[in-house]
Write a protein that binds this ligand. Sequence first.
Ligand SMILES: NC(=O)c1ccc[n+]([C@@H]2O[C@H](COP(=O)([O-])OP(=O)(O)OC[C@H]3O[C@@H](n4cnc5c(N)ncnc54)[C@H](O)[C@@H]3O)[C@@H](O)[C@H]2O)c1
Length: 271
Amino acid sequence: MSYNLLKGKKGIIFGALDENSIAWKTAERVHEEGGTFVLTNAPVAMRMGQINLLAEKTGSQIIPADATSIEDIENLVSKSMEILGGKIDFVLHSIGMSINVRKGNHYTDQNYAWTQKGTDVSAMSFHKVMQTLYKKDAMNEWGSIVALTYMAAQRVFPDYNDMADNKAYLESIARSFGYFFGKDKKVRVNTISQSPTPTTAGSGVKGFDGFIAYADKMSPLGNATALDCANYTVSMFSDLTKRVTLQNLFHDGGFSNMGVSDAVMDTFMKE
Ligand SMILES: NC(=O)c1ccc[n+]([C@@H]2O[C@H](COP(=O)([O-])OP(=O)(O)OC[C@H]3O[C@@H](n4cnc5c(N)ncnc54)[C@H](O)[C@@H]3O)[C@@H](O)[C@H]2O)c1
């Protein structure tokens, strides 16, 4: 169902790799709600992904950008403003990658070159995107910037590995940059802390099947899906959430406030 919540709004969506991606679902929902946008992803992901299908479906243009490259981001922001015909109202940062996770390096046995690369891609890229938007004065007043995160930033999930540290850094950048963006440009910045979700990035985490089933059993409302996350992000891009900023917003069916649930207890009770 569409409510026209984003009619006339313009934005940039990072991170749609395939139809499972949270950014893919978000692009579809933003389109349904009347928003227009530029799609972007790393040049390497363009070759693997099916982003052209999404662009066709949503009437969008694609601008490749490696989110670790200031030059690429500057080009992306300038070209997006040309294509969209002015300043930007919303940005979704939906990017995450850890080489240590991908290669199976344990948290206690990091390859630090890979750790640094993961931090650059997963967290510092958010600072780079916002700094570029800020310097170019590219955001409209009351615009909204959202990045996706996970609760391993606050609590221990051993197999989330160095991504936990990257998410803690990402959430801190949202608060620190969000202050200046709010004060100087009336732009809001938030992170959405999403349930485990079966996507390429999510499924890369060791033991993901167990992890997602456990979270589902612990959450009174069950895990939030990628589509649920897209809907929440639409609300954060809309004018209905104008004074929400500097927040880490848990979107997880209630998981983050649970101690234990009946469903989990049942698996430990002796007859
Ligand atoms: N899937 C989950 O369980 C889950 C849970 C909470 C938060 N998140 C977060 O949601 C976001 C989106 O992930 P997803 O689950 O949709 O997986 P996904 O694999 O579909 O998306 C990750 C995206 O990051 C992009 N990316 C990687 N390196 C890049 C670079 N250098 N420049 C630009 N883009 C780059 C990839 O191409 C891909 O499109 C990530 O921040 C992820 O950490 C995911």
